[in-house]
Design a protein. Structure first.
Lengths: 385, 219
């Protein structure tokens, strides 16, 4: 049995949250530029400008390192994210040395500015919403410790940081769950295909035996012939089942007309269809199938027990044509009226009505000794749609 | 002249049964084979008039064997006998060069008749195959990028539709007021065009993909 293993298939080739990591990397770059700009503007007022530039340099180096790590699947590791958090909080703490107490109290941005939010997003992408919220909360707490006072601005920052980590974490969990489901679906699909293949070869063997029993039994005659008949019936039933591949319907409610028709085949009814799908709105396909079934039961009732019937399905693009022919005695000319009176044509009327409702046309060809032939045409454009 | 027949089927019950039926009715069963590989090898050696080919043969399918036999052995014709009548396979086999198709449940008389007709070069069409071939022509007509696609004449379409509706060649001849022979010719021509197109397509595919070197004998 061949089933796709975990490391195969498009869904599992890439980390399902790779897009979140790309976002984290982009955020790193943008926030670093922001921090750099902030340092340039504020440096003249700093207590220790030289330390500011050292810290900005460390931030640049750390950004390069984490960007490289987060860009590869092998680099998205818990210890790197934890280190990221420690480095961000540590660099943030140097603000106490860089900035004047006045600046700290006056809410001048810390040296790391929004660059410090990176680890919260990374933690969310790595380990889900709670990790994201916790990392965001920790960064917020460091801010509070550094400023030394709780202000409304600070609370806002904490909420934003924890919230961002939480939301990214939720997105990450959802993406991972979908990836797992997709992989499961792919495995199920492969298993189903394999089971179908096995079923086909078993069916083929059974069909062979049934066909042989029928053939040989008929030749032997007597009781064997009765058994042959039974085998023959089962053979046709199984063959139509095999031919009627699973009914596929599309999202917009179209269905293949062939499988339903093929199930109508019996020893006396031959169903011929194209090799490719004949798609029609599902309701139309259902109605056409029931029209054909009614015609065939009409053949059974009126054309004699030995009569055979043929169903032909053709797809002309703009229209779909169904022909149903039997080789019974047919209806002699001039008798159609009386037949209609007898109720024999009553069924024809009902069929005509149903076909008209589908926006199709119905034609009847018959004559003594020629059997009866119906032709149903249903238009695809401007018809039932 | 006795018609020589080879039976290819992976199911021993069926293979031997058919071989016996045919031998009883005066055919010379020159060989049997259980898989596509040996079918191709043996057919090359014995060159039978008719090969009865099952399609469900395991790894190499009956379609491949049909393509090789009809391609390499001009005097040998292939008649497909299939239990399940799986559509795609039957159509592929006919495009690959088979002269017709019969369901395995066909009676011994139908089989004998079909083998005789195959031996003289006639096409053996069931209603089901006619429906498939009609569908294939219409599929090609609706596929704009299929180059030089073959088309059916009006008469050929008419004849194929009647075959698909279960009329015999004689009934068709009467209905269309043409000779029985003309009906046979129309039916054959629908197959030949399909097979020729298939060969042209294969050759073009081979050239486009650099496979146009002398084909190696497959075994």
């Amino acid at each position: 049995m061949h089933i796709k293993s975990d490391d195969e298939g498009p869904s599992v080739l890439e980390d399902p949250v790779a897009h979140l990591w790309r976002g984290t990397v982009a955020l790193r770059v943008v926030t670093f530029l922001f921090a750099l700009g902030n340092a340039v503007i504020q440096s003249s007022g700093y207590a220790r400008p030289w330390l500011a530039w050292v810290v900005v340099g460390v931030m640049a180096a750390w950004s390069v390192f984490t960007i490289q790590a987060y860009s590869r699947e092998s680099g998205r590791l818990p210890w790197i994210v934890v280190a990221d958090l420690v480095v961000a909080c540590g660099l943030m703490a140097t603000s106490v040395l860089i900035m004047t107490p006045m600046q700290l109290l006056a809410n001048v941005p810390l040296i790391t500015t929004i660059w410090a939010c990176g680890p919260a997003v990374a933690a969310g992408a790595l380990a889900g919403r709670y990790a994201g919220a916790a990392a965001g909360g920790l960064i917020g707490l460091s801010t509070y410790l550094i400023r030394g006072a709780m202000t409304i601005d600070l609370v806002r920052d904490v909420v934003l940081l924890a919230g961002a980590g939480f939301v990214v974490g939720m997105a990450s969990s959802t993406a991972r769950r979908s990836a797992v489901r997709l992989a499961q679906a792919l495995r199920t699909e492969a298993a189903t295909a394999e089971r179908e293949r096995l079923a086909r070869s078993i069916h083929d063997g059974v069909l062979q035996v049934l066909a042989r029993v029928r053939k040989r039994g008929l030749e032997l005659g007597g009781e064997a012939a009765e058994l042959a008949e039974l085998a023959g019936e089962q053979e046709v039933a199984l063959r139509s089942l095999v031919a009627a591949s699973p009914v596929e319907s599309t999202v917009d409610g179209d269905a293949d007309l062939r499988p339903a028709l093929q199930l109508l085949a019996t020893q006396k009814v031959q169903v011929s269809t194209p090799g490719t799908q004949v798609m029609l709105p599902a309701v139309v396909a259902l109605e056409l199938t029931s029209v054909v079934r009614e015609m065939l039961s009409n053949v059974d009732k009126h054309a004699g027990v030995d009569a055979k019937a043929w169903v032909l399905l053709e797809d002309l693009g703009e229209e779909v044509v169904l022909s149903i022919r039997d080789d019974g005695p047919g209806i002699p000319e001039g008798r159609i009226d009386s037949a209609e009176a007898e109720g024999r044509m009553g069924i024809a009327k009902s069929i005509r009505g149903r076909v008209a409702l589908l926006g199709g046309t119905l034609e009847l060809q018959t004559g003594p000794g020629e059997g009866t032939e119906w032709e149903v045409r249903v238009f695809r454009v401007g018809g039932v749609r | 002249m006795t018609v020589s027949v080879m039976v290819v089927d992976d199911h021993p019950l069926w293979r031997d049964g058919v071989a016996r039926d045919l031998a009883e009715r005066g055919f010379e069963v020159v060989a049997t084979a259980a898989d596509a590989g040996s079918a191709m090898r043996i057919a090359r050696a014995v060159r039978p008039d008719v090969v009865l080919m099952d399609l469900n043969l395991g790894e190499l399918s009956g379609v491949d064997a049909t393509a090789m036999i009809t391609g390499e052995l001009p005097g040998t014709r292939v008649l497909v006998l299939s239990a399940s009548g799986e559509h795609d396979d039957v159509l592929q086999a006919v495009k690959a060069g088979a002269s017709g198709y019969l369901v395995k449940s066909a009676s011994a008389e139908e089989l004998v008749d079909a083998v005789n007709r195959t031996a003289v070069g006639d096409a053996v069409f069931t209603a089901g195959l006619a429906g498939l071939v009609l569908g294939e022509y219409r599929r090609m007509a609706a596929t704009p990028d299929e180059e030089d696609r073959p088309q059916l004449t009006e008469r050929e379409t008419e004849v194929l539709r009647l075959v698909a509706k279960g009329l015999t060649a004689r009934q068709i001849a009467t209905r269309l007021v043409i000779s029985h022979r003309t009906v046979e010719n129309h039916v054959q021509s629908t197959l030949r065009k399909l097979q020729l197109h298939n060969r042209v397509e294969l050759a073009r595919y081979a050239i486009e993909h650099g496979l146009d070197a002398e084909p190696e004998a497959q075994t």
